[in-house]
Design a protein around this ligand. Structure first.
Ligand SMILES: Nc1ncnc2c1ncn2[C@@H]1O[C@H](COP(=O)(O)OP(=O)(O)O)[C@@H](O)[C@H]1O
Ligand SMILES: [Mg+2]
Length: 256
């Protein structure tokens, strides 16, 4: 069974997709067979791997609607050891449609179970909301990684996020845990970044990754080339940081 990791934070623009894409790519780069699942209707993880989201015949939406076998929705080995289940704006409909389905919270859990034996890691990129898509991702997952952007409002919404994770633990997925918080877009030239890291550490009783992802323009450029950072610019600090994060994730071994 592959380890299933949801990358979640209901805030937009905090580095979820950048982390999902580049962590998945770094794991694959380390020879781990990895599946990235795009669960955001914006389809940014899909674009980030160079897949045109407007020309897709099969997406995670078809899987959720039970109109396609999950195996058929996988785009296999886009890069060595890295496969993708893509998404596009069609998925926006699922947020409401899921509400009318039996066991609506468990749909992705049941679907992923059909393929998880084929992968060592399954990384799910969540949308910027705590709706039914994120609930599905967290119900399917073994653990959650929470990216936190080093900015003034970093703590806003964290209470709600942790509360949601606890609710899911209580009712839908008792084994779910926060594998770690990862700071993103750290700017060493400002005191603010450092202050944010210190504040969040004081406030959160969660595991925090030693690796901090710096603000790095190469990370922002890579998606427009359809490449993860390890292929776009393997020597950049962005690539190095996600490699270090992947090492921590692998060392973790999924143990709480
Ligand atoms: N470490 C980083 N350095 C520079 N730019 C980054 C970094 N992480 C993310 N970005 C950029 O910030 C924006 C938001 O990041 P993204 O990963 O899409 O966030 P989310 O998925 O949480 O909405 C994107 O334009 C992305 O390229
Ligand atoms: Mg995103």
């Amino acid at each position: 069974m592959g380890r299933i990791i949801a990358i979640a934070n209901q805030k937009g623009g905090v580095g979820k997709t950048t982390t999902a894409v580049n962590l998945a790519a770094a794991l694959a780069d380390n020879g781990k067979k990895t599946l990235l699942i795009d669960m955001d209707p914006q389809g940014n993880a899909t674009t980030g791997l160079g897949v045109n989201k407007n020309e897709l015949e099969k997406t995670v939406y078809d899987v959720i609607r039970d109109e396609m076998n999950i195996k058929d929705a996988i785009i296999s080995d886009i890069f060595d050891d890295l496969s993708l289940i893509p998404a596009n704006r069609d998925l926006a409909g699922a947020e409401i449609e899921l509400m009318t389905v039996d066991r609506m919270q468990y749909i992705m859990k049941d679907k992923i179970a059909e393929v998880s034996d084929g992968y060592e890691y399954i990384v799910i990129d969540c949308p910027p909301a705590l709706g039914m898509l994120t609930v599905n991702a967290m119900t399917a997952a073994n653990s959650v990684i929470v990216p936190i952007q080093c900015e003034f409002y970093a703590l806003d919404g964290l209470t709600q996020l942790i509360y949601t994770i606890e609710l899911i633990q209580k009712s839908l997925n008792p084994d779910l845990y926060v594998e770690g918080v990862v700071f993103t877009m750290y700017d060493s030239r400002t005191n603010l970044s450092l202050q944010v890291v210190e504040n969040v550490k004081d406030y959160l009783k969660q595991n925090i990754y030693k690796t901090i992802i710096p603000r790095n323009v190469r990370l922002a450029e890579a998606p427009s080339h359809g490449l993860p950072i390890n292929l776009y610019d393997p020597k950049s600090v962005g690539a190095e940081s996600y490699q270090l994060l992947a090492e921590e994730v692998m060392e973790n071994g999924g143990v709480q």
